[in-house]
Design a protein around this ligand. Structure first.
Ligand code: ZN
Ligand code: ZN
Length: 454
């Protein structure tokens, strides 16, 4: 096989199955035939470059408004206090919660800003038919910061805080809130665009330059939809993985290439990203991160997450105590939301990741499809546990009425933020291809054991 032929292949990023790339998938979403993973980088229909470019620009404007104006204002006893995004960070920082402040600042401000700026840097030149300098570095930055942008979780945090505060004071929605709502929607649309798709544009542009075809003609070509075909082993009808075929798929740009046997560090020939047939020590890393998360989970639930002092009376609030308070005071929808985000999701994440590492360690081929679905679920819902951290940040900023009422963050806020970060890192470290390796190994064993078949 030549390198040109490799370009017609895709290795599924979740189960490593080798698939033939259809000439075009149109607006439809292509998915892996074995594990049903969405191959987003393939879609050449859907949102156009122009649409995403405009959406990113609009999101950047909404971002500036959301930063500049207060999100919520609170009025109690004739005193007004307001919370801006940056104000929430500042009051955590001054309350000696520097780590939590840094996490809130990065996930709600720094990373979304980096993502939007970097995306715009790539999209504007590509639209007019130029490849910007340092294309693949900047694209990699977008891919790296994307999982850590949590504007939508912050938005939910604002809503929970509003409902919480309504009973104790007058709550006024600030102009920042509307900008934040708009930003949430626009970022969701921008995030639906897989940056890996830009590699196809990059390739078309560079090949167009070589052959002298004009960009508009290349872009205008539309081919009909073709079904995804797994690559089959010759002489046998079973589908083959990239590893078994001696190939490796790049996780950053998706390019399939020959695996250099014996070389410890092989880099992608297109984007320069480090290639891994399987992530080395994936299970060891996942297990250690999981153990650390379990240890942080205990103080996160036992220690107070907020200290409240109202008219000389001091009160400590734990996560479960807060849920119980909402439930007993009749705010049961809020109790359910907080319970799911702060208690159920972290517990579910820990349990699912422990189950996956255990089955992968034992090399068991138990229900691979269901395991993959569970893994995808953990990857998707993990970020929502940050909800409680954001609610604490906003509450601390809003409630500082001198001797009348002051709320400060407690040690559980740090422990809880650590649980969220550690479980997210653990799920990133887990290599989902390991789930399917046991299935391949079992199938291979069964075939070689059968008499008459080599
Ligand atoms: Zn797959
Ligand atoms: Zn690559």
């Amino acid at each position: 096989m030549t390198s040109m032929e490799y370009r017609r292949l895709i290795a599924c990023h979740e189960c490593d199955l080798l698939l033939r790339k259809p000439a075009s998938v149109g607006a439809r979403v292509a998915s892996c035939t074995r594990c049903a993973a969405k191959l987003g980088a393939l879609a050449d229909g859907g949102a156009s470059l122009d649409g995403i470019c405009a959406m990113t620009l609009a999101a950047l404007i909404a971002f500036c408004i959301a930063q500049a104006f207060p999100v919520i204002e609170l009025r109690a006893n004739g005193v007004t206090s307001e919370a801006t995004l940056f104000g929430a960070v500042r009051s955590l920082w001054s309350g000696e919660m520097c780590m939590v402040a840094a996490m809130v600042f990065c996930s709600s401000t720094v990373f979304p800003l980096i993502e939007l700026m970097a995306f715009l840097y790539l999209l504007v030149p590509l639209r007019i038919g130029r490849v910007p300098p340092r294309f693949n570095r900047v694209l990699r930055v977008v891919q790296l910061v994307r999982p850590w942008c949590m504007v939508e979780v912050f938005m939910l945090g604002v809503l929970v805080t509003i409902v919480k505060m309504v009973s104790i004071a007058d709550v006024i929605a600030g102009p920042g809130l509307f900008a934040l709502a708009g930003l949430t929607v626009m970022l969701a649309i921008v995030a639906s665009f897989d940056p890996g798709r830009l590699w196809a544009v990059h390739e078309r542009l560079t090949s167009a330059r070589r052959t002298g075809i004009r960009w508009s003609k290349v872009e205008g070509r539309r081919e009909r939809f073709m079904r995804m075909q797994p690559v089959r082993e010759p002489a046998r009808s079973s589908a083959v993985t990239a590893q078994r075929a001696g190939l490796v798929g790049c996780h950053a740009c998706g390019l399939v290439q020959a695996h250099a046997e014996g070389r410890t560090r092989q880099r992608c020939s297109r984007c320069g990203h480090l290639l891994h047939r399987r992530h080395a020590d994936s299970l060891t890393r996942t297990t250690s991160l999981l153990l650390a998360a379990v240890f942080a989970y205990i103080p996160a639930n036992l220690l107070p997450i907020m200290h409240a002092s109202t008219l000389g009376r001091f009160e400590d609030d734990t996560i479960l105590g807060g849920v119980a308070y909402f439930w007993s005071s009749g705010d049961w929808p809020l109790a359910v939301v907080v319970f799911i985000a702060s208690v159920l999701v972290p517990m579910l994440k820990l349990a699912v990741l422990a189950l996956l590492t255990l089955t992968a360690r034992r090399g068991s081929a138990w229900r691979p499809r269901e395991c993959t679905v569970l893994y995808r679920l953990v990857e998707r819902i993990g970020r929502w546990s940050m909800l409680d951290v954001f609610v604490v940040a906003l509450t601390v900023t809003l409630v500082h009425f001198g001797s009348f009422a002051v709320i400060t963050a407690g040690p559980a806020a740090l422990a809880f933020a650590a649980v969220v970060i550690l479980t997210m890192l653990a799920s990133h470290q887990f290599d989902s291809r390991l789930i399917w390796d046991s299935v391949d190994a079992a199938r291979h064993r069964a075939r070689t054991d059968r008499p008459g078949v080599r």
